[in-house]
Design a protein around this ligand. Sequence first.
Ligand SMILES: Cc1cc2nc3c(=O)[nH]c(=O)nc-3n(C[C@H](O)[C@H](O)[C@H](O)COP(=O)(O)O)c2cc1C
Length: 356
Amino acid sequence: MLQIGPFQTDCPVLLAPIAGYTDLPFRLVCRAAGHTGLTYTELLHSRGILEQNRDSLEIARVSEDDQPFGVQLYGNDPDWFCQAAQWAQSQGATLIDINMGCPVDKVTKTNGGSMLLCDPDRTTRMAEAIVKSVSIPVTAKLRLGWSDCELTAPRLARQLEEVGIQLITIHGRTTAQRFKGFANLDGIAEVVAAVRQIPVIGNGDIDSPAAAVRMIEHTKCAGVMVARAAIKRPWVLREIHDRLTAGQSPVEPTVLEKIRLIRLHFDLMRRFRGDRLAMIVMRGRIAAYGTRLGHVKPFKERVRLMTSPTEFDSAIDELQQMLDPSWTTVPHWAFFEQACANHPDEVGAGAAAISP
Ligand SMILES: Cc1cc2nc3c(=O)[nH]c(=O)nc-3n(C[C@H](O)[C@H](O)[C@H](O)COP(=O)(O)O)c2cc1C
């Protein structure tokens, strides 16, 4: 059980904020295929929210099927942060997460993201102001520090807890490291040891149930957050959940279930973000999804070159028909059936066609 202020979740597996990926359609896909205690929007500039920037508002879009979820904000100005947090609260966010880990120049040049690690006292004062400005929980996502010489995360985490931050997620790398090397589990353990009672979520390189178990055993963190692995395999969230909560071994979805998931993603994209963006996104994602489908190069090529949603539908229908029926094992994804039932418009005829 993960306690985040007044709110509880029995799933210790969180879907990470991932810029360019965790929009509402993808978060719903992860909920359908995975099992997540909490999803997050990608990082949103607090000023972009206040200026009602169209992209920011689109990214912050809420659905009752995607609860609980956090809106992640970045910036450096306490007033903007507080106002943006109040806006997110008014839109139905379960919590606000402050980005203190983004290493990207565009973000750090404005003194946001992981630059906040460099001045723990100022960052703590800003976090306190945000906590006081809303009634929902406020959480923070950190890296270990700017570089190996400045590992500020344990001190900052302790200070953040003192001013009311309700959960810390720690990615076990420094800003200088970006994504190189491996997540430093000892560094994460130091952050866990530094706080008194709030949950600390371990993050970095978790791509399987075994990696999640290793993270928890080594660091004693309260839960795990998954980013890159969920892009290729949204069902990895469920595999980790089942291992952590019931000791179950992972069950790989069948190829037809994976196809159904791709279809669901495309249809949700069309519904929430329009045909043009749905095609752009799916052309880019099909390579990642395709790695788990076996030998489907012609199909991937057709999706990559599609010029209309109908072409996508024909390509995926033909792939489905081409598959050996013996691959259609009895569906073990009752939750997935349920998700499709919740979104009947999206799954349409394709879903009916693969029912046993
Ligand atoms: C493409 C990409 C975009 C990301 N965007 C965000 C973001 O918007 N906010 C954030 O806090 N972290 C972001 N991250 C970092 C991830 O949330 C996570 O901390 C990191 O990828 C390590 O986890 P992993 O090993 O499971 O991928 C991003 C990572 C990637 C690869």
